[in-house]
Ligand binder design. Structure first.
Ligand code: F6R
Length: 634
């Protein structure tokens, strides 16, 4: 499954055109944007049993894909819809409104990770058309929804949500009610006019027909015994009911009619023609299936960086430029965060300085109160936080707010506390990070901060281009070959008591992050130093065989390599990470030179190394001891 999606992604980039930069093949982005999997979970059922319990169970299993709001809609014994949806996690909503008393044997359900529109009940799925007869759940982004909405409004349609999704049921209603098409034809026509990526399931109350279609976002069909059918973003949603699945391809549109549930039909919405797909049996258990081919979420999330860095870099230009203007106007800018998020801030401070000649104060959120006296009304505080709930960050934000400062948050979780306090927010769009360790959200933070630095330097387009070119590098860095090679290093390091890490400039921040990754998941003591600090004390720790990682880049090469030689001459085991090897390296991890983007690419092999160390040492990489995903204690 993993190789399959990597192949698909590769093919998509290949088809989009190829550019060469240095010796690496770079895949140019298509003008309409890359089809990435925006997280959200969808599950639909048509069959002979009560739909609500099946849908509720499916939603719980899909919650790793999104958890800010959820909803279920069924067609009851007649042709009426019964709908319950709300903000919150699936179980919280269920406790509040009892999702199980929805009647009917056909229904759709959705767990949301907000992308278009805030976290509100109105924006939660399912969405229903104006005449109340068509209902939809959707995962992905409909890029041309504003145009479609305007066209529908001119036909008298009205909209209650801020979502892109709501155009879909209304478009289908338009084709049926105004243009006289039947439900299937109306759905096919509608899907044809959508731009962007989507997995959609739509149901019609009158004909009790369910249609699922995909274009760039995941959707699989489950074929159960006794005329029971499932459509879902991911197999675990229905794996307790059936192991027989049909993998759908882009364009595939499954039509299931409740009157005839002993058969389903797959059409290609682009041609209207019938397509045949084999039913295949999966042998996974539920836990395994949620992670796909990966044994742990940490490795899955490391591998997702091929997509997530690009998503983080695909920001709304106007938002970035408005925030850039605020940064320029401010008298005093603070970048604050904790743990990995702080390392992203520190890394960015070098970039702001080098690229935009802009001084930024980088402070650990937990130490921020020491700077209170410098906070004025024209001070800008940029809080970087994956969860948006870290108490140290929220305390710092509140302090700054009391002083009248402007607050910007760079956050992954939409609707989180940090976004509520902030005057403006930039979202990482990395999807839920299930492993306790920050991996994909760390590089997403770096991508956003890099974009801001380029924008501040008046080089927004260059920044976008550079980040886009990184795709191929990240693809190679997360490949199976790289993992196998890093496993060899992990075997060598797994018996070490201490590991030291050196870097200079922005790669000093990378060294700090690398040490954090290694220590928090392997429990091996790992410590980072700025290369120049080695001679001021830490060198006394280096003896025969002491492992020392060294991050090398073009602009720090001469100095950091002389630090490396200091380690080598004391018998240290040198691990080089960078564009070219030197003889002194005992182990070399090649990462092509990416200039300002080195901090994003160079950390990836060490994330994998940390993962491998945890596995070798028998630790759970997703749940390291004593740690929580969201740190809400002081
Ligand atoms: C390390 C890690 C933590 C978080 C820190 C801040 O892998 O995940 O160091 O970076 O707890 O969390 P957020 O970014 O949610 O504020």
């Amino acid at each position: 499954m993993e190789n399959y999606s990597r192949r698909i992604l590769n093919a998509a980039f290949f088809l989009a055109g190829i550019v060469r930069r240095n010796t690496i093949v770079i895949y140019e982005r298509s003008p309409k944007g890359i089809c990435f999997f925006i997280m959200c979970g969808i599950i639909a059922y048509a069959g002979t049993e009560d739909a609500a319990p099946i849908l509720l169970e499916g939603l719980k299993r899909l919650e790793y894909r999104g958890y800010d709001s959820a909803g279920i809609l069924t067609i009851n014994g007649g042709s009426q819809f019964e709908l319950k949806k709300d903000v919150g996690k699936v179980l919280e909503i269920h406790l509040k409104v009892n999702l199980l008393d929805l009647k009917g044997t056909i229904g759709i359900a959705h767990t949301r990770w907000a992308t278009h529109g805030g976290v509100t009940r109105r924006n939660a799925h399912p969405h229903v058309s104006n005449n109340g007869k068509i209902a939809v759940i959707h995962n992905g982004i409909i890029e041309n929804y504003k145009d479609l909405k305007a066209q529908l409004e001119s036909e008298g349609f009205h909209f209650y949500s801020e979502t892109d999704t709501e155009v879909v049921p209304n478009l289908i209603e338009y084709w049926m009610r105004i243009r006289g098409a039947n439900f299937v034809q109306a759905a096919l026509n509608s899907f044809q006019s959508l731009e962007g990526n989507f997995a959609i399931v739509v149901i019609d109350g009158d004909s009790k027909t369910m249609i699922g279609s995909k274009n760039g976002s995941p959707l699989v069909l489950g074929v159960g015994q006794d005329r029971n059918y499932f459509l879902a973003s991911d197999i675990p949603a229905f794996l307790d009911r059936t192991k027989d699945v049909v993998y759908l391809y882009d364009g595939d549109t499954v039509v299931i009619t409740q009157q005839e549930t002993d058969r389903y039909e797959i059409l290609d919405f682009r041609t209207g023609k019938k397509v045949e797909r084999p039913v295949q049996s999966v042998s996974w258990d539920i836990e395994h299936a949620a992670k796909g081919e990966f044994d742990h979420f940490m490795l899955k999330e490391i591998s997702e960086q091929v997509e997530t860095i690009q998503r983080a870099a695909s920001q709304d230009r106007q938002t970035i430029e408005e925030i850039t203007a605020r940064i320029r106007k401010a008298r005093g800018v603070f970048l604050i965060g904790c743990g990995s998020s702080y390392h992203a801030c520190l890394s960015a401070s070098y970039l702001f300085s080098k690229l935009a000649s802009f001084h930024i104060n980088t402070v650990l959120a937990s130490e921020f109160s020491a700077y209170e006296d410098f906070l004025k009304e024209d001070t800008l505080v940029i809080a970087v936080t994956q969860s948006g709930e870290t108490i140290d960050v929220l305390d710092a934000i509140k302090t700054a707010k009391q002083k009248g400062c402007q607050i910007i948050s760079i956050v992954n979780v939409m609707g989180s506390s940090a976004t509520q306090f902030a005057d403006a927010s930039i979202f990482l769009n990395a999807g839920p990070e299930v492993s306790v360790l920050s991996t994909k959200t760390y590089t997403a933070q770096l991508a956003v901060l890099t974009l801001l630095a380029f924008s501040l330097a008046g080089k927004y387009d260059e920044g976008v281009r550079e980040l886009k070119y990184l795709w191929n590098v990240v693809y190679n860095l997360t490949s199976q070959n790289m993992r196998t090679r890093l496993k060899q290093l992990a075997d060598r390091l797994s018996t070490s008591e201490h590991i030291f890490v050196l870097g200079r400039g922005s790669l000093y921040a990378t060294a700090l992050e690398a040490a954090l990754k290694v220590k928090e998941v392997s429990y091996i003591h790992a410590e980072a130093f700025a290369g120049g600090e080695l001679k001021h004390g830490p060198i006394s720790l280096i003896g025969k065989g002491t492992p020392v990682m060294v991050f090398v880049s073009k602009d720090t090469e001469s100095k950091i390599l002389s630090n490396a030689m200091e380690v080598k001459s004391r018998g240290g085991y040198l691990i080089g990470i960078g564009p070219s090897a030197i003889d002194a390296f005992d182990f070399f991890i090649k990462v092509p030179e990416n200039e300002e983007l080195n901090p994003i690419s160079q950390i990836i092999p060490i994330q994998i190394l940390a993962y491998q160390l945890a596995v070798i040492l028998g630790h759970d990489p997703d749940r390291p001891r004593n740690l929580a995903k969201s740190v809400t204690v002081r």
